[in-house]
Design a protein around this ligand. Structure first.
Ligand SMILES: [Zn+2]
Length: 375
């Protein structure tokens, strides 16, 4: 999910990442500008215009983030592409709406705020232009001109609103389409439909661009990349929700006893790959302890008993719980191990390390299976 993008800081508590195609935009503008006005290109102004477009994209995403928060949806990350962004929500954590009609209405509302914000910015820029007495400039070509920022601001925002309303998932128009499709079909089928429509649109744009305007090819490429990103996030989500813990838990693991000394515990830890250990008395789970905690306690207070330093408050999971549920328990408590119990008997453990590993493997094996079905 994270490949092809690099971290670029945080905005309102959300990780912002730049998709590698992001850097194509300045290059692309320089290229079209320098071929259009050979010899009199103005790099600083070109760069400033690129900056303006990127800020409008960021403002658009910000509108989505703030709207999502009102619905209790916590965005995990925003990946900025040159002319749009993909906001990845932590859907596992979101409160589910009361019924499915509330769900599609929410989707549509969340989708339209982005383009609406761009329309608002465009009207604002029109007001500036007319205020300056240059209202007539608006219709002069080229619409985007580094020499005329207010006019460029109007058109950049109109283009962004228009582009994002294309019914190409995961652009906003495509999200609206998916929401409408989901009224009559399963969510995953609706998404699959929307992604295929999106890929078809991307193809048409890329090919059409080759014969007319290079921008179309560029947009096709962006739509295509965005759909790939989203699809991977969805595969990840479906793995989280459909895989049971019994399928991935570790059943071959070492345990400690509360009566073990810390030195014994360390000795056991040395011979195990585990970083975290369940502490059991007889067949009862009584605590958890990490290798690091053992080391820290030994350093600080010398030898003692596991009982005294183990963590006695911990979450447990049942075999049938989903990976998503275990993941939420791990992250909400900042824990790194969850014992899996059945009738209060320890039957397995799930650690953050092993969860990450198995999710990657499962996502990969599902993809292989799906590709096998398609071909
Ligand atoms: Zn949007």
């Amino acid at each position: 999910m994270r490949s092809w993008s690099i971290p670029a800081g945080r905005l309102f508590g959300v990780d912002v990442r730049l998709h590698l195609t992001f850097f194509l935009l300045p290059l692309f503008i320089f290229w079209t500008e320098s071929t259009a006005h050979a010899g009199n290109a103005n790099p600083p102004r070109d760069l400033a215009l690129t900056g303006i477009v990127l800020l409008c994209v960021a403002a658009h995403e910000l509108a989505h983030i703030l709207a999502a928060r009102r619905y209790g949806l916590i965005p995990k990350a925003v990946i900025l592409l040159p002319l749009t962004g993909v906001t990845l929500y932590d859907e596992a954590r979101a409160e589910k709406p009361a019924n499915s009609s509330a769900l599609w209405v929410r989707e549509i509302r969340l989708a339209v705020v982005g383009p609406l914000l761009n329309l608002a910015l465009a009207s604002f820029a029109v007001a500036i232009l007319t205020g300056m007495g240059h209202g007539a400039d608006l219709w002069e070509r080229p619409f985007l001109l580094p020499a005329n920022f207010p006019r460029s601001l109007v058109w950049a925002n109109l283009y962004l609103a228009g582009l994002n309303l294309l019914p190409a998932y995961p652009l906003d128009g495509g999200r609206i389409l998916r929401a409408l499709l989901s009224r009559t079909q399963e969510a995953s089928a609706a998404t699959g439909r929307a992604v295929s429509i999106s890929n078809a649109i991307a193809m048409v744009l890329m090919v059409a661009g080759l014969f007319s305007n290079n921008w179309l090819t560029m947009i096709g490429l962006i739509v295509f990349s965005a759909a790939q990103l989203e699809e991977r996030a969805l595969v990840f989500q479906s793995v989280l929700d459909s895989v049971r813990l019994e399928e991935v838990m570790l059943t071959d693991f070492a345990t400690l006893s509360p009566a073990d000394t810390l030195e014994d515990a360390l000795e056991k830890a040395v011979h195990s790959l585990q970083d975290d250990f369940p502490v059991v008395r007889g067949s009862d789970m009584v605590g958890v302890i990490s290798r690091q905690r053992i080391l820290d306690a030994l350093r600080a207070e010398g030898n003692g008993y596991v009982q005294a330093v183990m963590n006695k408050i911990f979450e447990v999971c049942a075999r049938q719980e989903s990976l998503g549920s275990a993941f939420r328990k791990l992250t909400s408590r900042n824990a790194s191990i969850i014992p899996v119990v059945e009738d209060q008997r320890l039957v397995g453990i799930v650690t953050l390390q092993n969860l990450m590993h198995s999710m990657a493997l499962l996502a990969e094996s599902r993809k292989l299976r799906r590709e096998g079905q398609e071909s």
